[in-house]
Design a protein around this ligand. Structure first.
Ligand SMILES: Cc1ncc(COP(=O)(O)O)c(C=O)c1O
Length: 472
């Protein structure tokens, strides 16, 4: 049962809105900032949150349909979360995690994660976020093969449209062409397979045919590169930021089996799909029947209250690494000053306790299908090309009716829909020609009805603009 009731926030903020916007424009370089408009005063400064709602620096309230950024599980302004964080900060804010120094929250959380994770994924390596967890997992795969006398087995398989983060290595694993701008990327040992998204509503081939194509391509790529050179396959069970792309049924299991066939480690990136968004703490086994060698988690692990990431590692792997560790250099030289930060771990422990007590995964399993069913009603709008997703991760893909995909017209149309939603008090995440939705996991059916009603109004207005020739 969900105990938080989201009421509208009742506060007036005295902070000078204009000053905030000016200082933001002058000093901040935001992630994914549009450098073409750097210095313009157009930030949305979000000041407060309660339940599923947030309020901006001008006092305007919004239903947050993006959960911050796929992060929010137990809801904003949760007193128990705030108390757990404050208590830990008072008791012991920070101490080095290096070598054999530990903190109680990190130990307790590792124990809890081992219990929640599938199979023998009982070893936890903490990081600071999803990107650093991805980097660490790849380094673990490299360490594993190098310590087994196979240093040439370091290549990585990823996929187009994947999103794995923003460090140099994680960004190189990403497969979204729009994100490849004027940076440098590693390409010598990273191989991108096709984007595996499959949507039965719009596909011209069957799910079985699509699955066959994807598996044939993957096996051909493995044989082309040489299995003796490939260390790991890094994969989100459902590609989140790439456009909520769901592979055809059986894909995750079949790719996992291919990895086993060729001794390639399977790294399941559950930064978004984990911590309840698909109705389970981890989706790899519960939803897709796979037992990865490593699982990556971040975001929902603390409900977004603190930055934290983790790699969950199979005992089979760590034991083999331990046995094979060369005598001269056995050190596992990977980790961060803030790995397993006590305050972040205390937030994660409290988050897990609340999620279990309030059966938030059960709640998602109940409202998730309703969310998708209601969103799919939006397909009645001619400017909606597709609605896809799974439980509480979804997207609405817009088009002008001419050519599908992220061309300038379709992107302008989706941005108009997003802007009208925001005007009406709903935050959805604009990405190319998609409106992405991932509400806090405590979202109720009445909130979902409100999301759909506001989106209907926004789609209707954008459609009229398009007819009037007012969208470029
Ligand atoms: C699937 C996935 N992996 C990794 C990351 C990177 O996580 P972070 O931004 O915490 O570094 C993200 C972030 O959105 C993600 O969606």
């Amino acid at each position: 049962m969900v105990t938080i009731k989201d009421t509208m926030i009742d506060s007036t903020d005295t902070q000078d809105h204009e000053d905030l916007l000016a200082a933001d424009a002058r000093h901040l370089l935001h992630p994914w900032a549009d450098l073409g408009s750097l210095g313009e005063e157009n930030a949305l400064v979000v000041q407060e949150g309660k339940g599923v709602r947030v309020r901006d620096s001008q006092g305007k309230a919004y239903l947050d349909a993006i959960g911050g950024m796929w992060c929010m599980t137990v809801g904003y302004g949760h007193d128990e979360m705030a108390d757990a964080i404050a208590d830990q900060a008072r008791q012991m804010a920070y101490y080095t995690p290096f070598g054999d120094v530990s903190s109680e929250p990190a130990v307790r959380l590792a124990e809890m994660l081992a219990e929640l994770s599938p199979g023998d994924l009982n070893r936890v390596h903490f990081t600071t976020c999803g990107s650093t967890a991805i980097d660490s997992a790849v380094r673990i795969a490299h360490y594993y093969f190098t310590s087994h006398g196979k240093p040439e087995k370091y290549h990585i398989l990823s996929r187009r449209n994947a999103y794995h983060g923003s460090t140099y290595l994680a960004a190189s694993l990403c497969g979204k062409s729009a994100d490849r701008t004027h940076f440098q990327y590693e390409s010598d040992f990273i191989h991108h397979l096709s984007s595996p998204g499959y949507d039965a509503d719009i596909s011209e081939i069957s799910a079985e045919e699509r699955l066959r194509e994807l598996l044939d391509e993957m096996e051909a790529e493995i044989l082309k590169v040489g299995p003796e050179k490939i260390a790991c396959f890094v994969a989100e069970p459902i590609l989140a930021s790439g456009g909520v792309l769901t592979p055809p049924p059986g894909y995750q299991k079949a790719t996992w089996e291919l990895c086993q066939k060729y001794d390639i480690l399977y790294i399941s990136d559950e930064v978004v799909t984990g911590f309840g968004r698909l109705g389970h703490f981890f989706a790899s086994e519960a939803r897709f029947g796979i037992l990865p060698d490593m699982i990556i988690t971040a975001k929902g692990i603390t409900s977004g209250y603190q930055p934290l990431g983790a790699v969950l590692i199979s005992d089979r792997l760590t034991e083999a690494i331990g046995e094979a560790a060369p005598d001269d250099k056995p050190v596992f030289s990977n980790g961060y000053t803030y790995s397993g930060h006590p305050v972040a771990c205390a937030a994660a422990i409290k988050n897990i306790e609340i999620m279990k007590r309030d059966d938030i995964c059960g709640h998602v399993r109940e409202v998730g299908p309703y969310f998708m069913e209601r969103l799919r009603e939006l397909r009645k709008f001619p400017i909606v090309y597709a609605v896809r997703g799974d439980h509480l991760m979804a997207c609405v893909e817009c088009w002008t009716g001419e050519e599908k995909g992220p061309n300038a017209e379709n992107m302008a149309l989706a941005q108009r829909v997003d802007a009208y939603c925001q005007e009406a008090g709903l935050i959805v995440r604009p990405y190319e020609n998609l409106c992405i939705l991932s509400p806090p996991l405590i979202v109720e059916k009445s909130d979902i009805d409100q999301i759909v009603t506001i989106m209907e109004g926004a789609l209707d207005r954008a459609m009229r603009d398009l007819k009037a020739g007012d969208i470029v």
